[in-house]
Write a protein that binds this ligand. Structure first.
Ligand SMILES: *[C@@H]1O[C@H](CO)[C@@H](O)[C@H](O)[C@H]1NC(C)=O
Ligand SMILES: *[C@@H]1O[C@H](CO)[C@@H](O)[C@H](O)[C@H]1NC(C)=O
Ligand SMILES: *[C@@H]1O[C@H](CO)[C@@H](O)[C@H](O)[C@H]1NC(C)=O
Ligand SMILES: *[C@@H]1O[C@H](CO)[C@@H](O)[C@H](O)[C@H]1NC(C)=O
Ligand SMILES: *[C@@H]1O[C@H](CO)[C@@H](O)[C@H](O)[C@H]1NC(C)=O
Ligand SMILES: *[C@@H]1O[C@H](CO)[C@@H](O)[C@H](O)[C@H]1NC(C)=O
Ligand SMILES: *[C@@H]1O[C@H](CO)[C@@H](O)[C@H](O)[C@H]1NC(C)=O
Ligand SMILES: *[C@@H]1O[C@H](CO)[C@@H](O)[C@H](O)[C@H]1NC(C)=O
Ligand SMILES: *[C@@H]1O[C@H](CO)[C@@H](O)[C@H](O)[C@H]1NC(C)=O
Length: 350
């Protein structure tokens, strides 16, 4: 379950030795909500307001903050930095498009901007000096339309040149079309672009499959040292087992590993991660006929039979690397530069 209505951006920065910066910022924006409490070693400041459904943010090489606003397009924000006190000086229009709804990425050289609609991923030539696009859009990947989960997260590899990873969600809470790999539903794929010829991929037919059976993996990240691709998944609502409603504390939300983009294949790459047949257990004691299930093990939703059962789920479907409480709704995933720590924002749902 996801809907995201927010009009402000708070930037949280990790600092190890500096005391809390926000306390010294007399001209900082004051949130209308309770100020977030932050763990030791972090400080937070509200840096922009008045935005329309901001969904993804990233900095270009010159420190412009690019923001994709759902149903609106992309804006760029320039900041004044007064001894660590950040204030926004200027919000500029970059792209006007009601189609754009979530995905945002920049090429490693900072000169191509990517953004996505439900149907397609687009690119624009980008000028880091002005923080603006400098030409028309090209459609890189198309054919992604479906209902319900309509965001198309974009992750541009920092390790493999011109490789774009796209996550596409399911068409409904329990989308049976997902069982057909050719449907393209509930999948993460990568596309290797060619800077010379015109790129024009069909999501369903082209690209490499990194994983399927992924209900709505909104957060995707590349681990910076190994280049491993990870995602975080929003799992299903209304799950029952043997006629018992177990949806409050099941299934768990997931963090999954999908292998590498460099050509070296691991077992998980392109594998099926379970949905809509198998789900990760969170509150095991709530699951009738739980057998040997442990937190994170895949179990059948509904009633087991001679072909589709927990043994099948355990052997034929990939379990998450990490399992989170049901309905926490992870939205993104970012690694630190040494790949030893990652941050996940949880939207919350039920
Ligand atoms: C914030 O103010 C305190 C007290 O004036 C000072 O000791 C500290 O260095 C200041 N922090 C920054 C980051 O300027
Ligand atoms: C950025 O470029 C777009 C497209 O050329 C243009 O419409 C817009 O006005 C530019 N924004 C700024 C701040 O110059
Ligand atoms: C891409 O460009 C075409 C042609 O100018 C325009 O009709 C379309 O709205 C643009 N799409 C986006 C997402 O900006
Ligand atoms: C990636 O592109 C850069 C710049 O064009 C080039 O120097 C480098 O060799 C490329 N790396 C690979 C693995 O192709
Ligand atoms: C699987 O999906 C493809 C693409 O939509 C479709 O052409 C095909 O008929 C589907 N197969 C089944 C068995 O539904
Ligand atoms: C791909 O990356 C993995 C993890 O970093 C590494 O073990 C493997 O050797 C790499 N393969 C190639 C072909 O570079
Ligand atoms: C579970 O399903 C598998 C096939 O997926 C089958 O081999 C096995 O016998 C089933 N187990 C039970 C207890 O029915
Ligand atoms: C087992 O369950 C699956 C899904 O719940 C169903 O598609 C399949 O027809 C069932 N098989 C048998 C033998 O009942
Ligand atoms: C990554 O996180 C670890 C654990 O908190 C920390 O020790 C390390 O300094 C961080 N590395 C970078 C480059 O931020």
């Amino acid at each position: 379950m996801l809907s995201f209505l927010s009009i402000s951006i708070a930037v949280v920065v990790a600092v190890s030795t500096v005391p809390t910066l926000a306390a010294n910022c007399t001209d900082a924006l004051t949130p209308k909500y309770a100020f977030p409490s932050v763990a030791q070693g972090y400080s937070a400041q509200l840096v922009a307001t008045g935005l329309t459904k901001p969904r993804s943010i990233l900095f270009d090489k010159n420190g412009h903050l690019l923001v994709v606003q759902q149903g609106d397009g992309v804006v760029s924000i320039k900041f004044n930095d007064n001894n660590g006190c950040i204030s926004s000086s200027q919000v500029s229009r970059v792209i006007n498009s009601q189609e754009l709804n979530h995905g945002l990425a920049l090429s490693t050289d900072g000169q191509t901007l990517f953004a996505s609609s439900t149907e397609a991923a687009y690119s624009w030539p980008f000028d880091p000096a002005s923080g603006n696009v400098s030409g028309k859009n090209k459609t890189i990947v198309s054919g992604m339309s479906n209902g319900d989960h309509t965001t198309r997260t974009l992750q541009l590899s920092q390790k493999q040149n011109l490789t774009l990873v796209i996550s596409r969600g399911s068409d409904s809470n329990i989308d049976m079309a997902t069982l057909n790999v050719s449907s393209g539903h509930s999948q993460i794929k990568s596309f290797v672009m060619d800077s010379v010829r015109r790129n024009s991929f069909d999501f369903n037919k082209d690209g490499s499959l990194l994983g399927w059976g992924l209900r709505n993996s909104v957060g995707v990240a590349e681990e910076p040292l190994t280049g491993g691709i990870y995602s975080v998944e929003n799992s299903a609502d209304d799950i029952q087992r043997d006629g018992k409603d177990i949806h409050t504390d099941n299934p768990g939300e997931e963090m999954n590993f999908h292998g590498y983009l460099n050509g070296t294949k691991v077992a998980q790459q392109g594998a099926n991660y379970g949905y809509p047949t198998c789900f990760a257990a969170w509150n095991v004691d709530d699951i009738p006929n739980k057998g040997d299930l442990k937190v994170g093990d895949q179990f059948v939703s509904g009633t087991q039979n001679s072909t589709i059962n927990d043994t099948f789920c355990a052997s034929q479907r990939v379990s998450p690397r990490l399992t989170f409480q049901a309905h926490m709704a992870p939205l993104d995933l970012k690694f630190n530069a040494s790949g030893t720590e990652a941050w996940i924002p949880f939207h919350g749902s039920w």
